[in-house]
Design a binder for this molecule. Sequence first.
Ligand code: TTP
Ligand code: MG
Length: 354
Amino acid sequence: MQRIILHCDMDYFFAQIEERENPQFKGKPVVVGADPKGGKGRGVVSTANYEARKYGIKSGMPISKAYQLCPDAIFLPVNMELYQKVSNEIMEIIKKYSPKYEIISLDEAYLDLSHIFYDREKVSTGEIWLEAEKIGEKLKREIFEKEKLTCTVGIGPNKVVAKLATEKAKPNGLKVVKPEEVEKFLDPLDVDDLPGIGPKTAEKLRKIGINKISELKKLSKEKLKEMFGKVGERIWERARGIDETPVSQEEIIKSIGRQITFERDTRNPRLIFGIFEKLIKEVYDELIENNFSFKTITVICRYKDFETHTKSRTLKEPSRDFEILKKESKKLLLRFLLENKKPLRLIGLRIKIC
Ligand code: TTP
Ligand code: MG
Protein backbone atom coordinates (compact mmCIF):
# COMPACT_ATOMS: atom_id res chain seq x y z
CA MET A 1 0.00 0.00 0.00
CA GLN A 2 1.28 3.47 -0.85
CA ARG A 3 1.94 5.72 2.12
CA ILE A 4 2.99 9.32 2.67
CA ILE A 5 5.18 9.80 5.72
CA LEU A 6 6.29 13.16 7.09
CA HIS A 7 9.29 13.51 9.40
CA CYS A 8 9.86 16.70 11.36
CA ASP A 9 12.99 17.59 13.32
CA MET A 10 13.69 20.92 15.02
CA ASP A 11 16.89 22.70 13.97
CA TYR A 12 19.71 22.87 16.60
CA PHE A 13 16.93 22.49 19.14
CA PHE A 14 18.35 23.36 22.59
CA ALA A 15 20.58 26.10 21.14
CA GLN A 16 17.78 27.57 19.04
CA ILE A 17 15.55 27.89 22.10
CA GLU A 18 18.40 29.68 23.89
CA GLU A 19 18.75 32.06 20.93
CA ARG A 20 15.05 32.75 21.01
CA GLU A 21 15.20 33.57 24.71
CA ASN A 22 18.36 35.70 24.28
CA PRO A 23 18.21 37.49 20.92
CA GLN A 24 21.66 38.99 21.59
CA PHE A 25 23.15 35.50 20.92
CA LYS A 26 21.93 35.47 17.28
CA GLY A 27 24.78 35.16 14.79
CA LYS A 28 27.26 34.06 17.48
CA PRO A 29 28.43 30.51 18.16
CA VAL A 30 26.30 28.98 20.95
CA VAL A 31 27.10 25.69 22.68
CA VAL A 32 24.66 24.05 25.10
CA GLY A 33 26.07 21.42 27.44
CA ALA A 34 28.35 20.93 30.41
CA ASP A 35 30.34 23.78 31.95
CA PRO A 36 33.62 24.08 29.98
CA LYS A 37 35.44 25.49 33.03
CA GLY A 38 38.03 27.26 30.93
CA GLY A 39 38.84 24.07 29.02
CA LYS A 40 38.98 21.80 32.09
CA GLY A 41 35.29 20.86 32.14
CA ARG A 42 34.47 17.19 31.80
CA GLY A 43 30.95 16.75 30.45
CA VAL A 44 29.81 16.79 26.82
CA VAL A 45 28.18 19.06 24.27
CA SER A 46 24.41 18.56 24.04
CA THR A 47 24.13 20.61 20.88
CA ALA A 48 25.55 23.65 19.15
CA ASN A 49 24.06 26.19 16.76
CA TYR A 50 25.20 26.27 13.14
CA GLU A 51 27.73 29.07 13.77
CA ALA A 52 29.45 26.87 16.39
CA ARG A 53 29.26 23.84 14.08
CA LYS A 54 31.46 25.76 11.61
CA TYR A 55 34.28 25.30 14.15
CA GLY A 56 33.70 21.54 14.16
CA ILE A 57 31.70 21.50 17.40
CA LYS A 58 28.99 18.82 17.56
CA SER A 59 26.70 16.88 19.91
CA GLY A 60 28.39 14.32 22.12
CA MET A 61 31.86 15.89 21.83
CA PRO A 62 33.74 16.48 25.14
CA ILE A 63 33.05 20.05 26.23
CA SER A 64 36.81 20.59 26.71
CA LYS A 65 37.31 19.83 23.01
CA ALA A 66 34.55 22.28 22.07
CA TYR A 67 36.28 24.92 24.20
CA GLN A 68 39.57 24.28 22.41
CA LEU A 69 37.86 24.65 19.03
CA CYS A 70 36.12 27.91 19.92
CA PRO A 71 36.88 29.39 23.34
CA ASP A 72 34.87 32.51 22.50
CA ALA A 73 31.63 30.64 21.92
CA ILE A 74 28.72 31.27 24.29
CA PHE A 75 28.60 28.20 26.54
CA LEU A 76 25.24 27.56 28.24
CA PRO A 77 24.00 24.92 30.68
CA VAL A 78 21.18 22.54 29.73
CA ASN A 79 17.83 24.00 30.78
CA MET A 80 15.86 20.79 30.34
CA GLU A 81 12.72 22.08 32.00
CA LEU A 82 12.38 24.81 29.37
CA TYR A 83 13.21 22.50 26.44
CA GLN A 84 10.67 19.95 27.68
CA LYS A 85 7.97 22.62 27.89
CA VAL A 86 8.72 23.87 24.36
CA SER A 87 8.82 20.29 23.10
CA ASN A 88 5.37 19.57 24.56
CA GLU A 89 3.96 22.65 22.81
CA ILE A 90 5.52 21.64 19.49
CA MET A 91 4.24 18.07 19.74
CA GLU A 92 0.73 19.41 20.38
CA ILE A 93 0.97 21.30 17.07
CA ILE A 94 2.40 18.31 15.16
CA LYS A 95 -0.26 15.92 16.49
CA LYS A 96 -3.03 18.03 14.98
CA TYR A 97 -1.88 17.14 11.44
CA SER A 98 -2.65 13.42 11.69
CA PRO A 99 -4.09 11.02 14.25
CA LYS A 100 -1.24 8.69 13.28
CA TYR A 101 1.86 10.22 14.81
CA GLU A 102 4.97 9.01 16.57
CA ILE A 103 7.10 11.14 18.86
CA ILE A 104 10.70 10.00 18.64
CA SER A 105 12.46 12.45 20.93
CA LEU A 106 12.11 15.95 22.31
CA ASP A 107 12.47 17.48 18.87
CA GLU A 108 11.55 14.80 16.37
CA ALA A 109 8.31 13.17 15.22
CA TYR A 110 6.71 11.27 12.34
CA LEU A 111 3.25 11.78 10.87
CA ASP A 112 1.47 9.34 8.62
CA LEU A 113 -0.34 11.50 6.04
CA SER A 114 -1.63 8.60 3.92
CA HIS A 115 -5.19 9.70 4.64
CA ILE A 116 -4.84 12.30 1.88
CA PHE A 117 -5.07 9.43 -0.60
CA TYR A 118 -8.58 8.68 0.59
CA ASP A 119 -9.70 12.24 1.24
CA ARG A 120 -9.27 13.18 -2.39
CA GLU A 121 -10.32 10.23 -4.43
CA LYS A 122 -10.02 11.37 -7.98
CA VAL A 123 -6.87 13.46 -8.02
CA SER A 124 -3.62 12.19 -9.54
CA THR A 125 -0.72 10.86 -7.49
CA GLY A 126 1.31 13.93 -8.44
CA GLU A 127 -1.29 16.21 -6.90
CA ILE A 128 -1.34 14.12 -3.75
CA TRP A 129 2.40 14.62 -3.22
CA LEU A 130 1.96 18.32 -3.87
CA GLU A 131 -0.74 18.34 -1.23
CA ALA A 132 1.67 16.62 1.19
CA GLU A 133 4.26 19.30 0.48
CA LYS A 134 1.70 21.99 1.27
CA ILE A 135 0.94 20.28 4.59
CA GLY A 136 4.67 20.27 5.35
CA GLU A 137 4.89 24.01 4.59
CA LYS A 138 1.85 24.70 6.75
CA LEU A 139 3.31 22.75 9.65
CA LYS A 140 6.61 24.62 9.41
CA ARG A 141 4.75 27.92 9.29
CA GLU A 142 2.57 27.11 12.28
CA ILE A 143 5.52 26.02 14.41
CA PHE A 144 7.38 29.18 13.45
CA GLU A 145 4.43 31.48 14.09
CA LYS A 146 3.57 29.96 17.46
CA GLU A 147 7.04 29.11 18.77
CA LYS A 148 9.39 31.34 16.77
CA LEU A 149 11.51 28.27 16.02
CA THR A 150 12.51 26.69 12.72
CA CYS A 151 12.39 23.01 11.89
CA THR A 152 13.10 20.83 8.89
CA VAL A 153 10.54 18.57 7.27
CA GLY A 154 11.17 15.51 5.10
CA ILE A 155 8.41 13.72 3.23
CA GLY A 156 8.64 10.32 1.58
CA PRO A 157 6.92 6.97 1.04
CA ASN A 158 8.25 5.58 4.35
CA LYS A 159 10.02 6.55 7.58
CA VAL A 160 13.58 5.87 6.43
CA VAL A 161 13.25 7.98 3.28
CA ALA A 162 11.41 10.78 5.13
CA LYS A 163 14.11 10.96 7.82
CA LEU A 164 16.91 11.03 5.24
CA ALA A 165 15.05 13.77 3.34
CA THR A 166 15.02 15.84 6.56
CA GLU A 167 18.72 15.30 7.09
CA LYS A 168 19.52 16.45 3.57
CA ALA A 169 17.30 19.54 3.83
CA LYS A 170 18.65 20.88 7.16
CA PRO A 171 18.41 23.55 8.44
CA ASN A 172 15.01 25.20 7.99
CA GLY A 173 14.27 23.11 4.90
CA LEU A 174 11.55 21.04 3.32
CA LYS A 175 12.24 18.12 1.01
CA VAL A 176 9.83 15.77 -0.69
CA VAL A 177 11.09 12.48 -2.14
CA LYS A 178 8.37 10.86 -4.21
CA PRO A 179 8.36 7.06 -4.68
CA GLU A 180 9.75 7.36 -8.21
CA GLU A 181 12.60 9.55 -6.93
CA VAL A 182 13.74 7.29 -4.09
CA GLU A 183 16.45 5.46 -6.02
CA LYS A 184 18.00 8.63 -7.41
CA PHE A 185 17.89 10.20 -3.95
CA LEU A 186 19.48 7.28 -2.10
CA ASP A 187 22.17 6.14 -4.56
CA PRO A 188 24.71 8.95 -4.00
CA LEU A 189 24.36 8.94 -0.19
CA ASP A 190 27.06 7.47 2.04
CA VAL A 191 26.32 4.07 3.55
CA ASP A 192 26.43 5.46 7.08
CA ASP A 193 23.66 7.92 6.22
CA LEU A 194 21.28 4.94 6.33
CA PRO A 195 19.57 4.57 9.70
CA GLY A 196 20.73 1.26 11.16
CA ILE A 197 24.24 1.51 9.76
CA GLY A 198 26.47 2.58 12.61
CA PRO A 199 30.20 3.38 12.52
CA LYS A 200 31.24 -0.29 12.91
CA THR A 201 29.04 -1.56 10.10
CA ALA A 202 30.14 1.32 7.87
CA GLU A 203 33.79 0.55 8.60
CA LYS A 204 33.31 -3.10 7.63
CA LEU A 205 31.68 -2.04 4.37
CA ARG A 206 34.38 0.52 3.63
CA LYS A 207 37.02 -2.16 4.06
CA ILE A 208 35.55 -4.01 1.11
CA GLY A 209 35.35 -0.84 -0.95
CA ILE A 210 31.72 0.05 -0.35
CA ASN A 211 31.13 3.72 0.42
CA LYS A 212 27.95 4.76 -1.34
CA ILE A 213 24.47 3.27 -1.24
CA SER A 214 24.69 2.64 -5.00
CA GLU A 215 27.67 0.33 -4.22
CA LEU A 216 25.93 -1.27 -1.27
CA LYS A 217 23.13 -2.36 -3.59
CA LYS A 218 25.58 -4.59 -5.46
CA LEU A 219 25.79 -6.91 -2.44
CA SER A 220 23.20 -9.70 -2.38
CA LYS A 221 20.86 -10.22 0.54
CA GLU A 222 22.70 -13.46 1.34
CA LYS A 223 26.08 -11.75 1.40
CA LEU A 224 24.77 -9.02 3.75
CA LYS A 225 23.20 -11.66 6.02
CA GLU A 226 26.52 -13.50 6.08
CA MET A 227 28.33 -10.28 7.05
CA PHE A 228 25.88 -8.78 9.55
CA GLY A 229 23.38 -11.49 10.51
CA LYS A 230 19.73 -10.57 10.71
CA VAL A 231 20.44 -6.85 10.40
CA GLY A 232 21.91 -7.59 6.96
CA GLU A 233 18.45 -8.15 5.57
CA ARG A 234 17.29 -4.78 6.95
CA ILE A 235 20.31 -3.10 5.35
CA TRP A 236 19.50 -4.74 1.99
CA GLU A 237 15.94 -3.40 2.18
CA ARG A 238 16.87 0.07 3.31
CA ALA A 239 19.46 0.50 0.56
CA ARG A 240 16.52 0.06 -1.82
CA GLY A 241 14.29 2.47 0.07
CA ILE A 242 12.12 -0.33 1.45
CA ASP A 243 10.78 0.23 4.97
CA GLU A 244 7.37 -0.88 6.14
CA THR A 245 7.60 0.06 9.81
CA PRO A 246 4.38 1.78 10.80
CA VAL A 247 4.06 5.21 12.37
CA SER A 248 2.58 4.38 15.71
CA GLN A 249 2.66 5.96 19.10
CA GLU A 250 2.30 2.61 20.87
CA GLU A 251 5.43 1.21 19.32
CA ILE A 252 7.94 3.44 20.99
CA ILE A 253 9.58 2.37 24.18
CA LYS A 254 9.79 5.44 26.28
CA SER A 255 12.35 5.99 28.92
CA ILE A 256 13.46 8.61 31.38
CA GLY A 257 17.14 9.00 32.15
CA ARG A 258 19.75 11.19 33.73
CA GLN A 259 23.50 10.96 33.85
CA ILE A 260 26.29 12.96 35.36
CA THR A 261 30.02 13.24 34.82
CA PHE A 262 31.96 13.65 38.07
CA GLU A 263 34.17 16.66 38.56
CA ARG A 264 37.01 14.22 39.11
CA ASP A 265 37.17 10.45 38.54
CA THR A 266 36.20 8.91 41.86
CA ARG A 267 35.84 5.78 43.95
CA ASN A 268 34.43 7.64 46.94
CA PRO A 269 31.20 5.76 47.78
CA ARG A 270 29.74 8.62 49.78
CA LEU A 271 30.17 11.02 46.88
CA ILE A 272 29.00 8.49 44.29
CA PHE A 273 25.88 7.49 46.20
CA GLY A 274 25.14 11.09 47.18
CA ILE A 275 25.03 12.17 43.55
CA PHE A 276 23.24 8.99 42.54
CA GLU A 277 20.42 9.71 44.99
CA LYS A 278 19.93 13.08 43.31
CA LEU A 279 19.69 11.36 39.92
CA ILE A 280 17.13 8.90 41.30
CA LYS A 281 15.04 11.76 42.66
CA GLU A 282 15.15 13.67 39.36
CA VAL A 283 14.18 10.61 37.35
CA TYR A 284 11.39 9.80 39.80
CA ASP A 285 10.01 13.35 39.72
CA GLU A 286 9.83 13.27 35.93
CA LEU A 287 8.09 9.90 36.07
CA ILE A 288 5.42 11.16 38.44
CA GLU A 289 5.02 14.45 36.63
CA ASN A 290 4.17 12.53 33.47
CA ASN A 291 2.03 10.04 35.29
CA PHE A 292 3.90 6.89 34.26
CA SER A 293 5.07 3.69 35.94
CA PHE A 294 8.44 2.00 35.53
CA LYS A 295 9.35 -1.60 34.94
CA THR A 296 13.01 -1.78 33.91
CA ILE A 297 15.80 0.04 35.69
CA THR A 298 19.21 0.48 34.05
CA VAL A 299 22.31 1.85 35.70
CA ILE A 300 25.15 3.11 33.52
CA CYS A 301 28.76 3.43 34.67
CA ARG A 302 31.61 4.88 32.68
CA TYR A 303 35.07 4.27 34.05
CA LYS A 304 38.16 6.46 33.99
CA ASP A 305 39.26 4.83 30.72
CA PHE A 306 35.85 5.60 29.09
CA GLU A 307 34.83 1.94 29.18
CA THR A 308 31.06 2.05 29.68
CA HIS A 309 28.85 -0.69 31.13
CA THR A 310 25.19 -1.05 31.97
CA LYS A 311 23.28 -3.27 34.37
CA SER A 312 19.51 -3.68 34.32
CA ARG A 313 16.77 -5.17 36.41
CA THR A 314 13.19 -5.73 35.25
CA LEU A 315 10.47 -5.85 37.89
CA LYS A 316 7.69 -8.44 37.76
CA GLU A 317 5.09 -5.67 37.70
CA PRO A 318 5.17 -1.96 36.82
CA SER A 319 5.68 0.23 39.86
CA ARG A 320 5.47 3.88 40.92
CA ASP A 321 7.15 3.34 44.26
CA PHE A 322 10.06 5.66 45.00
CA GLU A 323 11.54 3.29 47.60
CA ILE A 324 11.63 0.40 45.10
CA LEU A 325 13.33 2.58 42.51
CA LYS A 326 15.87 3.74 45.07
CA LYS A 327 16.57 0.28 46.48
CA GLU A 328 16.87 -1.50 43.13
CA SER A 329 18.98 1.12 41.40
CA LYS A 330 21.35 1.38 44.37
CA LYS A 331 21.76 -2.40 44.34
CA LEU A 332 22.77 -2.24 40.68
CA LEU A 333 25.25 0.55 41.35
CA LEU A 334 26.72 -1.35 44.30
CA ARG A 335 27.35 -4.36 42.07
CA PHE A 336 29.43 -2.12 39.78
CA LEU A 337 31.47 -0.82 42.70
CA LEU A 338 32.09 -4.31 44.05
CA GLU A 339 33.11 -5.98 40.85
CA ASN A 340 35.35 -3.31 39.38
CA LYS A 341 37.93 -1.24 41.22
CA LYS A 342 38.48 1.36 38.50
CA PRO A 343 37.56 4.99 39.34
CA LEU A 344 34.26 6.16 37.90
CA ARG A 345 33.94 9.00 35.43
CA LEU A 346 30.18 9.01 34.94
CA ILE A 347 27.07 7.40 36.37
CA GLY A 348 23.59 7.33 34.93
CA LEU A 349 20.15 5.97 35.58
CA ARG A 350 17.50 5.13 33.02
CA ILE A 351 14.04 3.65 33.53
CA LYS A 352 11.79 2.17 30.90
CA ILE A 353 8.34 3.56 31.49
CA CYS A 354 4.87 2.27 30.83
P1 TTP B 1 19.16 16.53 17.24
O1 TTP B 1 17.85 16.71 16.51
O2 TTP B 1 19.98 15.34 16.91
O3 TTP B 1 20.09 17.80 17.01
P2 TTP B 1 19.71 19.33 16.96
O4 TTP B 1 18.24 19.56 16.98
O5 TTP B 1 20.48 20.05 18.02
O6 TTP B 1 20.34 19.80 15.58
P3 TTP B 1 19.82 19.44 14.09
O7 TTP B 1 18.61 18.57 14.24
O8 TTP B 1 19.54 20.76 13.45
O9 TTP B 1 20.98 18.75 13.46
O10 TTP B 1 18.88 16.49 18.80
C1 TTP B 1 17.86 17.26 19.42
C2 TTP B 1 18.32 17.75 20.77
O11 TTP B 1 18.68 16.64 21.60
C3 TTP B 1 19.56 18.64 20.71
O12 TTP B 1 19.23 19.99 20.49
C4 TTP B 1 20.19 18.40 22.04
C5 TTP B 1 19.79 16.98 22.42
N1 TTP B 1 20.93 16.06 22.20
C6 TTP B 1 21.78 15.79 23.25
O13 TTP B 1 21.58 16.28 24.38
N2 TTP B 1 22.85 14.96 23.04
C7 TTP B 1 23.13 14.40 21.82
O14 TTP B 1 24.13 13.67 21.67
C8 TTP B 1 22.23 14.69 20.72
C9 TTP B 1 22.49 14.10 19.36
C10 TTP B 1 21.15 15.51 20.97
MG1 MG C 1 16.97 18.44 15.74
